[in-house]
Design a protein around this ligand. Structure first.
Ligand SMILES: Cc1cc2nc3c(=O)[nH]c(=O)nc-3n(C[C@H](O)[C@H](O)[C@H](O)COP(=O)(O)OP(=O)(O)OC[C@H]3O[C@@H](n4cnc5c(N)ncnc54)[C@H](O)[C@@H]3O)c2cc1C
Length: 444
């Protein structure tokens, strides 16, 4: 049995703490804020339920189901409205439904006929020996064509990473795609074979879920079995080695500094907070700077409530994403009150719109009135909104999402180097595991 200090009480730190406790170790989790969850935060206000970061948890893998069952969260999940299967993009200034079957692929106007034929030619495209640092943009254009890049990959990646396919590294962001090309040559053929294979790690039916009180409920579930081991308002200041163990120096809410000795230390703090801790006594200090270097862009989430009758569009879907070539300022909008129940008061709707990211980082920092006007103007055109909003709130993330770019490989190597040079010291968190909640849950 070891004494393990876990730094950070976001989903990554809590998942690791739960796993280590299950293995029989003594845990102490130190969180600098006065609440758990890190970027995951749900807020009820004026009859609306807002999620400040993750809105949906996509459960595709059997492993994710097991991890949720382990912390009693599986039965508490609520499935997204079946309308969420309807995904939309903007093309020619209008909302266009993305296809979900071969028939709808031909009837949908999301791509031109030429773009669709190019996509369908994918099984005939030969394998390519691209370098390890191929971007997602290069891969998609090579295999599926330029239109698929502009009208599928580009908006999709704005939705996940608030970023552009040109900046993301294929092997870090979507390692499966590169593997499938290597093994089966074609994505279409490869996916078909994997679906039929016995080793398929995916659930038969994927679930898109949240919780009745928002995503923060997952944090409550994860922390339920750890109460005595969690210390809020305990901000780690310094990590230093001592006789094959580790001294962790932290400050509590009264600014009192304390030292404690542990066999192992696992840091799950985000890349942009790495320099808030003094690591000067660890071996291989240059690796710390590499860890702190993850690229993030600022992002604003604009929550608007409207009376149902003031919107012409039926809001009968997940929401829409905006391809960059459409030259709008917003990145996309979730139809939050369609997705899950009780997100808005009766007779009203909640829309969550994303602004900024890599496309337009400066927009995320606009004053609240400007950013809300910008969103209202674009939404009015797209959704046919007549009245004024009944509710408005803006949540800003100066460092929103660490990008799985070509430096991510270096970051993972730096974390490995640090663990080799400093036995008992480990690094995790979304900037190393990947940002999706299933990746963070699986961090241990
Ligand atoms: C706007 C947005 C939307 C998103 N949407 C989705 C989505 O729909 N679906 C999805 O799957 N994922 C989504 N994500 C990603 C997902 O929410 C994150 O990747 C994940 O929550 C990160 O968790 P983490 O524990 O790694 O980091 P964090 O949540 O950042 O937690 C790190 C913790 O460390 C603490 N800490 C920092 N420094 C110290 C210190 N010195 N001492 C002690 N504690 C410290 C922090 O206070 C924090 O609590 C979204 C993210 C954002 C920002």
């Amino acid at each position: 049995m070891k004494r393990i200090c876990i730094i950070g009480g976001g989903i990554s730190g809590l998942s690791i703490a739960g796993e280590k406790k299950k293995q029989g170790h003594l845990i102490k989790l130190l969180e600098s804020e006065n609440r758990l969850g890190g970027v995951i935060q749900s807020k009820r206000t004026k009859g609306f339920l807002l999620d400040y970061s993750a809105n949906t948890l996509n459960i595709r893998l059997k492993k994710t189901r097991e991890l949720l069952q382990d912390c009693d969260a599986w039965d508490a999940c609520i499935d997204a409205n079946s309308a969420a299967n309807k995904r939309m993009i903007i093309r020619g200034g209008k909302l266009i439904t993305l296809p979900h079957s071969l028939i709808s692929f031909f009837s949908s106007s999301f791509l031109s006929l030429r773009g669709k034929l190019r996509m369908l030619a994918e099984p005939f495209i030969s394998r390519s020996n691209q370098p390890d640092d191929e971007s997602v943009a290069s891969f998609i254009e090579r295999r599926l064509g330029k239109e698929a890049l502009d009208y599928a990959a580009n908006p999709f990646l704005a939705g996940i990473y608030a970023s552009k396919p040109e900046s993301l590294n294929l092997n870090q962001a979507f390692p499966k795609l590169g593997e499938i090309e290597k093994k089966y040559r074609s994505l279409f053929l490869g996916f078909r074979k994997i679906k039929k294979s016995k080793e398929n790690p995916s659930l038969e039916k994927a679930r898109l879920v949240s919780f009745p009180n928002g995503m923060e409920e997952l944090i409550i579930k994860l922390s339920d079995s750890l109460h005595d081991q969690i210390f809020l308002e305990h901000s780690v200041q310094r990590i230093s080695p001592q006789n094959n163990r580790w001294i962790v120096t932290f400050k509590n809410h009264k600014n009192e500094e304390t030292d404690e000795v542990f066999d192992e230390v696992i840091s799950t703090i985000p890349s942009h907070k790495i320099h808030s801790i003094d690591w000067n006594e660890v071996q291989g200090l240059n690796n710390i700077s590499t860890l702190a270097d993850a690229q993030h862009y600022p992002l604003a989430l604009v929550y608007l409530g409207f009376k149902k009758e003031d919107i012409s569009h039926p809001l009968d879907g997940f929401g829409f994403l905006v391809p960059e070539v459409e030259n709008l300022k917003i990145l996309g909008t979730l139809f939050s009150s369609t997705l899950f129940p009780n997100r808005a008061p009766d007779g009203e709707v909640l829309l969550t719109t994303f602004v900024g990211g890599e496309r337009n980082p400066a927009l995320a920092n606009l004053p609240t009135s400007s950013i809300s006007n910008l969103v209202q103007n674009e939404l009015s055109q797209l959704l046919g909104i007549r009245g004024e909003p009944t509710f408005m709130e803006v949540k800003r993330w100066p460092n929103a999402i660490p990008l799985p770019d070509r430096q991510m490989k270096e970051r993972k190597r730096a974390a490995e180097n640090l663990s080799l040079l400093n036995p008992g010291l480990q690094f995790s968190g979304s900037f190393l595991t990947g940002v999706s909640l299933p990746n963070c849950l699986d961090a241990s």
